[in-house]
Design a binder for this molecule. Structure first.
Ligand SMILES: [Ca+2]
Ligand SMILES: [Ca+2]
Ligand SMILES: [Ca+2]
Length: 270
């Protein structure tokens, strides 16, 4: 690299501007964190059915989109709904928990029909993502495990936690870009309650990974060229994209390097 030209290209980013961008970046980060208040779904909204696996879930106890407009979450299992169940003792909150549904709409706790909670906009058409999710199993300990899994927009698993049923702590996953979670038990006995998550937000859209615009991708040359331009160098092809790869308005920002490498590897934008 020509050192003189690198110095010239670095000039648009004097130390004071980079420091200012750093401050703006930190402020923006804390603004996002402050906005992420925990949301709680306690499943007390609908009338519950009796706790009788195998019974058909009555229409009034079928939970699908009833929390969509208010909380941004849709529930499903083997059918497009889960069952709200009056559980009695050992219920984390109130009197109700949820169980899965078979394809025929029967109540089930079998892991063959895990419960899925998907984050969407109020109309249920646009994806949303969260960065932390927790859910509790019912408090009646039976030998076996309970599992929470998190998935990104592409359906790839990005987090998983399994606890013994006797562990009363919530199952919890914190990682960027959670679009859906599913939960189930190995013993086919656990109902779930108290789903918590931070405010669902619209996913950030990243630029193409063909950073250098030569139509070759995935290609590690794109990463090399990104780092060159990021450092103030010249775009080797003359057709590079901008360095705000994650399009959050912050640059130069090492988050853009991390996002490029993540997306390059098949991961989510954010
Ligand atoms: Ca409850
Ligand atoms: Ca390329
Ligand atoms: Ca950025």
């Amino acid at each position: 690299m020509n050192t003189d030209s690198a110095a010239v290209r670095l000039r648009p980013w004097p130390r004071r501007s980079i420091a200012l961008i750093g401050v703006v970046s930190v402020v923006a980060h804390f603004a996002r964190t402050a906005a992420a208040q925990p949301i709680l779904v306690d499943f007390e909204l609908l009338p519950g059915m009796g706790n009788t696996p195998g019974a058909s879930i009555p229409a009034a106890s079928r939970l699908g989109d009833q929390y969509l407009a208010s909380h941004g979450v849709r529930f499903s299992s083997g059918s497009a709904f889960v069952g709200v169940v009056i559980h009695g003792g050992g219920t984390p909150s109130g009197t109700r928990i949820i169980g899965g549904s078979t394809a025929a709409g029967q109540l089930t706790y079998n892991q063959q029909f895990p419960i899925t909670a998907r984050f969407l906009d109020a109309t249920g058409t646009e994806p949303r993502i969260v960065s932390t999710v927790s859910v509790r199993g019912d408090l009646q300990a039976i030998p076996g495990t309970k599992t929470l899994e998190a998935f990104d927009l592409g359906g790839a698993m990005i987090g998983s936690q399994t606890l013994q049923d006797s562990n009363t702590a919530p199952l919890s996953i914190t990682t960027p870009g959670i679009h859906s979670v599913r939960f189930y038990s190995s013993s086919a006995t656990i109902g779930f309650d108290d789903l918590r998550f931070d405010t669902p937000v619209a996913p950030t859209t990243c630029d193409t990974i063909d950073f250098n615009g030569d139509t070759l991708f995935p290609d590690t040359q794109d990463i090399a060229d990104f780092l060159t331009v990021f450092a103030g160098g010249t775009c080797p092809t003359g057709a590079c994209g901008d360095i705000d790869f994650n399009n959050d308005g912050l640059f130069p920002d090492t988050d853009d390097i991390a996002a490029l490498i993540r997306v390059f590897g098949g991961g989510a934008c954010l």
